[in-house]
Each structure stands twice: as structure tokens, then as C-alpha cells.
Design a protein around this ligand. Structure first.
Ligand code: HEM
Ligand code: HEM
Length: 251
């Protein structure tokens, strides 16, 4: 594996080592908060604060993981073909600057107290991710919500998940105070949990589909719709890809 392949692994590794264990702890603590509030079980006084602290770290971990995935896409494409990268090094520098601004909004979201500032920095952070993600270098499966592949897109589910987590982090004091917002938070949390499961499935699917950097010329010469790859050799005839439609006939 080359250094760019290791960079590709950073995003899934962060998700597996940091985000998903944190999801387990956050969900468990959330359920304990509810049991405590309804008087079902006795819980230490700091359980609600522990839950929302874990939630805040979860939201931040997801934002950082998404930034890493987006930066990987830009850097790998620039490294593979600097001349073909629209805007060249100057545009890459602008994209890195936008990523830095997004990270800065996240850090500021942790520090500000007033509701308006919390809403502004959460929105700014999300807008930064959307702006970076809308670049042509990012693989989005489909941008049309009326097509099936939009709903199977790792990118769009990730963006929705990040938005929900940022909203929850921004509204933390209000969720603590208001029953109505707590109910809304529970609905959002169900959707968040579902989207986390979707991300684990679509992310593993993408890991299977993305070749190592030195394999790319061979893999990308395949016809993905017909599931056929050209055979190496002078004839250049087509053979079915492993698992493809005609694999059994060849075997
Ligand atoms: C998978 C994610 C999450 C799940 C399943 C979850 C679940 C829950 C549950 C069940 C409650 C109890 C509601 C009640 O008392 O009726 C709760 C409360 C709360 N959650 Fe979450 N939550 C999640 C993520 C987050 C995140 C990301 C934050 C952001 C900081 C957060 C902040 C809060 C706050 C502030 C409360 C109110 C605590 C209190 O009563 O003082 N949660 N959550
Ligand atoms: C917390 C959940 C996750 C979120 C919010 C998330 C979000 C994203 C986003 C926004 C992208 C960039 C768009 C793209 O290139 O398709 C991406 C890329 C990618 N994700 Fe995830 N993802 C998550 C979990 C995972 C997991 C669990 C895996 C694998 C086990 C994974 C594997 C990948 C792969 C292989 C890419 C392609 C680019 C790269 O390697 O950086 N993701 N993800």
C-alpha cells in the first residue's frame, strides 16, 4: 500500500475505532437518562451531562471523519493527475482553507453560549461540508432525490447524519430544558441511529469497490454496467468480473 492508500483508510478506521464505540456509549447513556427521568431506575446525577458530553464528541468525531474523507478525495485526485485537477494547486489550497474554516466553526460551536451563535456556527460548519462535498471530485452516486441511488448514497446519508448531529449539539441547552424539544430529540436520535447503520453498510460497500492506487488503471478500464473487464493480453477480449453476470459461464 502507498501513503495515499493509508490516507484512504483513515476515515473508515476513525469511524470503527472512535465513532461507533462512542455511538454505543451515547445510546446507552441516553436510555439511562430516560429511565432516570421517568423514575424507572436510580441513576447518578451526572448521567444526563455524561450523555450530552458523549453526544457532543460523537458529532465532532463525525464532522472530522467526513472532513478527512473529503480531503482524501481531493488530495488523491490531485496526486494522481495534477494537470487534470481543475484549478490546479491554487484551487486545492482554497479547498484546504475551506476545510480549515469548517473545523474552526466546529471548535467555535463548542465555545459559544448564546442560541443565535450556536445556530450560526452549526449552520456554518454544515454549509462548509456541503460546499466541499458539492465539488466534482466527490463521488455522490446520485444528486436526484427521486432516484433510488440517491438513497443508497454514502455521501448524502452522511451529510444528513452530520446535519442532525450538529443541530442536536447546537440545541443541547434547549433539549435539557424543554420537554417538547426532548421529544423532538428522541425522534431525531432514532433517525441518527438508522443513518449510522446505513453508513456502516454503504461505507463497507464502498471499501469493497474502491481499488488500491496501483490497481486503479486496470479496475477503471472495466465496464461497471456490464460487469466486464478487458482480459490482459494481445487479444484484449472481455471477461466477466468476479461475481459478475457471466462469471458462472466462464467457470
Ligand atoms: C444516537 C444518538 C442519541 C440517542 C439515541 C439519544 C437518546 C436520548 C434519550 C433517550 C434521551 C432521554 C430523553 C428523555 O429524558 O426523555 C436523551 C436526552 C438528551 N440528549 Fe440524547 N441521544 C443521542 C445523541 C445526542 C447528542 C448528539 C446530543 C448532543 C449533545 C444529545 C443531547 C441530549 C440532551 C442534552 C438530553 C437531555 C438530557 C437531560 O435531560 O438533561 N443526545 N437522548
Ligand atoms: C459515521 C459514519 C460515517 C459518515 C458520516 C461517513 C461519511 C462519508 C462521507 C461524507 C464521505 C465522502 C463522500 C464519498 O467520497 O463518498 C465518505 C467516504 C467514504 N467512506 Fe464514509 N462515513 C461513515 C462511516 C464509514 C464507514 C463505517 C466506512 C467503512 C467501513 C466508510 C467508508 C468510506 C469510504 C471507503 C469512503 C471513500 C473515501 C475515503 O476512503 O475516504 N465510511 N464517508
Amino acid at each position: 500500500m502507498t501513503s495515499i492508500d493509508w490516507l484512504a483508510l483513515l476515515h473508515p478506521v476513525l469511524a470503527i475505532l472512535f465513532i461507533y464505540p462512542l455511538v454505543g456509549a451515547t445510546v446507552r447513556l441516553g436510555l439511562l437518562v430516560r429511565e432516570k427521568r421517568l423514575g424507572i431506575t436510580q441513576q447518578p446525577a451526572k448521567v444526563p451531562a455524561e450523555h450530552s458530553d458523549h453526544g457532543r464528541w460523537l458529532a465532532s468525531g463525525v464532522v472530522v471523519a467526513v472532513l478527512i474523507a473529503l480531503l482524501y478525495s481531493f488530495i488523491s485526485k490531485f496526486q494522481a493527475d495534477a494537470a487534470g485537477f481543475a484549478g490546479g494547486g491554487a484551487r486545492l489550497a482554497q479547498l484546504l482553507l475551506a476545510a480549515e474554516g469548517t473545523l474552526l466553526s466546529l471548535i467555535t460551536l463548542w465555545r459559544v453560549r448564546r442560541p443565535l451563535w450556536r445556530a450560526c456556527f452549526a449552520l456554518l460548519c454544515w454549509a462548509g461540508l456541503l460546499g466541499l462535498g458539492s465539488q466534482p471530485e466527490i463521488w455522490r452516486l446520485s444528486d436526484n432525490p427521486f432516484s433510488g441511488s440517491f438513497w443508497a448514497s454514502h455521501y448524502w446519508a452522511g451529510i444528513l447524519l452530520t446535519g442532525l448531529l450538529l443541530w442536536t449539539t447546537a440545541a443541547r441547552p434547549e433539549i435539557q430544558r424543554s420537554l417538547r424539544l426532548r421529544r423532538l430529540h428522541i425522534s431525531a436520535a432514532v433517525l441518527i441511529s438508522l443513518l449510522l447503520a446505513v453508513q456502516a453498510i454503504t461505507g463497507s460497500r464502498d471499501l469493497l469497490e474502491i481499488p488500491l492506487s496501483w490497481q486503479k488503471p486496470a479496475i477503471y478500464s472495466c465496464d461497471f454496467n456490464a460487469r466486464r473487464c478487458p482480459l490482459p493480453g494481445p487479444q484484449g477480449s472481455a471477461a466477466p468480473a468476479p461475481g459478475g453476470a457471466g462469471a458462472a459461464a466462464v467457470a
